[in-house]
Design a protein around this ligand. Structure first.
Ligand code: PMP
Length: 404
């Protein structure tokens, strides 16, 4: 059993009141809160280490370089990647996908080629491919979802043909919580010789990820959803792909030699890391991963699953409750509407009672269209949330629902 109170003590932000009410933070799928140890790494980084990496011969630069490269090794270990140079630091999931869309797209896609996405994708896994469509006449094939919010796997299977060049899907949906059958997806795709990118933004905080066991080609995530700092993300890519992909951005760090006649590029991972990286952010992310491991990702997931089951059961008692996403395997997000109350009105009133939730389309407008709604209200859990908070939340939703 986790000592949640002890864990909560690591997050000073949770102690505060908003509008005179105790804060209940249920917007973790958007951004998780940051434990003190991560903030301490940031403070210590600026207090003691701050210097540009990879360039200086001086002591601080070496310290910063070592911290940054150790962070890369920490991420490698966390994802069980074969090599540390398969870990590319980015600004987040969005930038990671843009990197692949641009670089893989330039190298391997030609007019008429196809990419498989799904109806439940976040805009971050739609728009970069559409931007690529401005340069190449590629076709996006979209896997629909069924009434539980699960991918229609028979349709997925039927979408492959000799033009299919990439499958790019979310591991876990940020709205429905659906955990997609990624092993099956990867195995089907590879049987057609098609590589797979998984958007792990919602999975990495809740599930153990082993990129070698999955045999996934690209895996992307954001640190700020994993108790880490904002502005840091990861692109894991298999060496065989990263080696043959062209650089994404040009500048310092990513070159081997520059002249006006010809420039040669640095080796992995630096080829994809133009400019000064957020080395203090990467160190703080490594601390966040240590923090997760100190609690145990399985323990975190079990606690969140308890909260999910309990809160779902309680919310279902409310008259007019509609929950979106009833997948077999579901992560700890609950998207819902009550009667015909507008999600924004409900969210605003809950906010005034101290509950931080998310309202709107959740950067998944095509999914909203598939669900036949304009938006939903979403509560999402993290390790520091409690059953008492869930009880208070259910009571507040009930109270607000009765006001309409
Ligand atoms: N994909 C999914 C599934 C997400 O939930 C999010 C964050 N809401 C993103 C991509 C984008 O992540 P970021 O804004 O950190 O780049």
């Amino acid at each position: 059993m986790l000592d949640i109170q002890k864990i909560r003590n690591d997050f000073p932000i949770l102690e505060q009141k908003v509008y005179g009410k105790p804060l209940v933070y249920f917007d973790n799928a958007a951004t998780s809160q940051t434990p003190e140890c991560v903030v301490n790494t940031i403070r210590d980084g600026y207090d003691r280490i701050n210097a540009n990496v990879h360039r200086g011969v001086h002591f601080l630069s070496q310290e910063a370089t070592e911290g940054h490269e150790n962070a890369r090794k920490r991420v490698q270990q966390y994802l069980h990647a074969a090599h540390d140079y398969e870990i590319i630091f980015t600004r987040g999931t969005t930038e990671s996908i843009n990197l692949v869309a641009s670089s893989f797209g330039d190298a391997f896609l030609k007019d008429g080629d196809e990419i498989i996405l799904s109806e439940m994708e976040h805009h971050a896994n739609i728009v970069p491919w559409q931007l690529l469509q401005n340069r190449k006449k590629i076709i996006l094939r979209v896997v629909p979802i069924d009434e539980n919010g699960e991918l229609k796997m028979d349709v997925f299977r039927s979408l492959f043909n000799e033009k299919t060049k990439l499958v790019s899907l979310s591991h876990i949906s940020n709205v429905l919580g659906t955990v997609n059958p990624i092993k099956e997806i990867i195995s089907i795709s590879h049987s057609h010789d098609v590589p797979v990118l998984l958007d792990g933004a919602q999975a990495a905080p809740h599930t153990r990820i082993d990129v070698q066991d999955l045999d996934v080609d690209f895996y992307v995530l954001s640190a700020h959803k994993m108790y880490g700092p904002t502005g840091i993300g990861v692109l894991y890519g298999k060496e065989k792909w990263l080696n043959v992909m062209p650089p994404y951005q040009g500048g310092g760090e990513m070159i081997s030699h520059v002249s006006f006649e010809k420039t040669t590029f640095n080796e992995l991972p630096y080829k994809f890391e133009a400019g000064t990286p957020d080395y203090i952010g990467t160190m703080a992310f490594a601390t966040a991963l240590d923090y997760i491991e100190s609690i145990g990702i399985e323990n975190i997931a079990a606690h969140e699953q308890d909260l999910l089951r309990y809160t779902t059961g309680q919310l279902m008692q409310i008259d007019g409750m509609r929950i979106f996403g009833t997948a077999h395997e579901k992560s700890a997000v609950i998207s819902f509407l009550v009667k015909d109350i507008h999600h924004y009105d409900m969210g605003m009133l809950l906010d005034k009672l101290g509950f931080a939730t998310r309202t709107g389309h959740h950067c998944a407008q095509p999914l909203m269209q598939a669900l036949g709604v304009e938006g939903v209200l979403r509560a999402s859990f993290a390790v520091y949330n409690t059953k008492e908070e869930a009880d208070a939340f259910v009571a507040a939703v009930d109270r607000v629902a009765k006001m309409f």
